[in-house]
Design a protein around this ligand. Structure first.
Ligand SMILES: Nc1nc2c(c(=O)[nH]1)N[C@H]1C(S)=C(S)[C@@H](COP(=O)(O)O)O[C@H]1N2
Ligand SMILES: [Mo]
Length: 425
């Protein structure tokens, strides 16, 4: 049996950079550190509360009333303090979450015309077009088919748009990056449905259409990658999809812009060219610096953000644990570097294992803040060799008129009072 852990609060943090010894060494040299480690070492049973009788055991558990976790409903662009019916998206509180899996009720939401209440007994999925057969599936039939589960992020291509032109200093990371979440998704592989209907060889595009009033329909290129990885999903984090996320069935295309992952899915149509819906002409294109527009910019690029310390937090001199999230629509994150001097020098952060492809990765770095104003920033690298660009590079290509796919390194400034604020670089 291992010896009892003298400080359970530290757990088994035997990481390369965050070993218990290095934590204690860092912690004992600063005032904040002493506050973390000091009393734990001297404690006795008198320091812990009495045992309490409990409430009855029920059919499902609820979050503690002491825990305050919520999304931020917003109207684009950036309108907060709005009437509930004005909200078009709702952002995930990244700064209050740990690990990489987002609790289901805090998964960000983007619904173009509200959340329809679909009856699973009535709902159907039509698969047709350039296929040998047209088939209509019931939800029971989908649940009975071969299935896959995969942990993957979903991100709105509008994530990050708040910082295209200027940086509002009052924004938190929930505002700047809260349109991404990671879930375990379960459903039927698209390839199974393709085999069942017998897709014709010449079909290189697929239209996916939702059953909500907005009439969202997108053309999806049938690359090998998309055909192998797309899930016709009916469950998230072990339970049926929640209505906000497409109940009873949605598309889930790992790594590609959220808009393609059609919710309340009612139709897949195969064709030999993009269908050119208004969503890929008038909407979801990006105006570049040279006056041309990018169309079918579908992959979510490499990205990362420090979630703590982050916008509107306050820190004290001494030990501070820097943590954040990194992700890439190309594959797996292999490296995250953090700069605590505004990008002059960089240190490798530790990644929580396992790191999964097209899922968010959690990183950490021990840091001792000397109390002087500075800037902190993260930069990620994926297994295909992509490195997250700085803002100058992104703006150089795209200018400041674009709305989608902003993936520049995020800088947080820290003033002498320890106030953390959103800045452009
Ligand atoms: N039918 C339908 N599908 C949809 C949408 C929608 O409004 N209607 N919004 C899209 C957009 S823009 C995004 S970013 C994702 C958001 O998925 P989520 O709300 O489950 O996070 O769903 C996509 N699929
Ligand atoms: Mo989106």
């Amino acid at each position: 049996m291992p010896p009892p852990d003298p400080d359970p609060a530290l757990g088994r943090m035997q990481r390369k950079r965050l070993s218990r010894r290095s934590f204690l060494a860092t912690a004992s040299t600063g005032a904040a550190g002493a506050a973390i480690a000091g009393t734990a070492a001297a404690g006795t049973l008198a320091d812990v509360p009495e045992r309490l009788p409990g409430a009855p055991v029920g059919a499902r558990s609820a979050r503690s009333p002491h825990v305050d976790l919520g999304r931020i409903p917003e109207a684009t662009p950036g309108r907060r303090n709005l009437a509930p019916e004005d909200a078009i998206n709702s952002k995930t509180p990244l700064h209050k979450l740990v690990g990489v899996v987002t609790p289901s009720d805090l998964h960000y939401e983007r619904s173009h015309s509200g959340v329809p209440d679909l009856d699973p007994a009535q709902h159907r999925l039509l698969v047709h077009g350039m296929t040998k057969k047209s088939l209509v599936f019931t939800m029971d039939e989908l649940w009975a088919m071969p299935s896959v589960s995969r942990i993957a992020f979903l991100e709105c291509s509008g994530n990050g748009w708040e910082n295209w032109k200027a940086a509002d200093e009052t924004l938190t990371v929930q505002h700047t990056h809260g349109l991404i979440s990671t879930h375990e998704w379960t459903g039927v592989p698209l390839s199974v449905l393709i085999d069942l209907v017998g897709k014709e060889r010449g079909s290189t595009w697929m239209l996916a259409e939702g059953g909500d009033a907005t009439g969202l329909a997108r053309s999806i290129p049938l690359t090998d990658e998309i055909m192998n990885e797309t899930i016709v999903a009916y469950a998230q984090n072990g339970e049926p999809l929640r209505p906000a996320h497409g109940y009873p069935v949605r598309l889930l295309i790992p790594g590609w812009e959220g808009n393609l992952s059609i919710k309340w899915l009612r139709r897949l149509k195969f064709g030999d060219a993009p269908f050119m819906t208004r969503w890929e002409t008038a909407r979801y294109t990006s105006l570049m610096a040279n006056g041309k527009a990018k169309q079918f910019q579908l992959r979510q690029e490499i990205n990362s953000v420090i979630t703590a310390p982050s916008g509107m937090m306050e820190i004290r001199p001494g030990y501070n644990r820097i943590t954040g999230l990194a992700w890439s629509g190309h594959g797996s994150i292999v490296r995250v570097e953090v700069s605590t001097d505004g990008g002059r020098t960089w240190a490798d952060a530790t990644l929580n294992r396992p790191v999964l492809p097209k899922a968010q990765a959690r990183f950490h770095l021990d840091w001792r803040w000397d109390g002087k104003p500075t800037k902190i920033v993260s930069r990620s690298t994926d297994d295909k060799g992509h490195v997250q660009p700085d803002r100058k590079t992104v703006i150089g290509e795209m200018g400041t008129n674009a709305l989608f796919h902003y993936n520049a390194q995020q800088t947080w400034s820290i003033d002498a009072a320890g106030r953390v604020r959103n800045v452009l670089s």
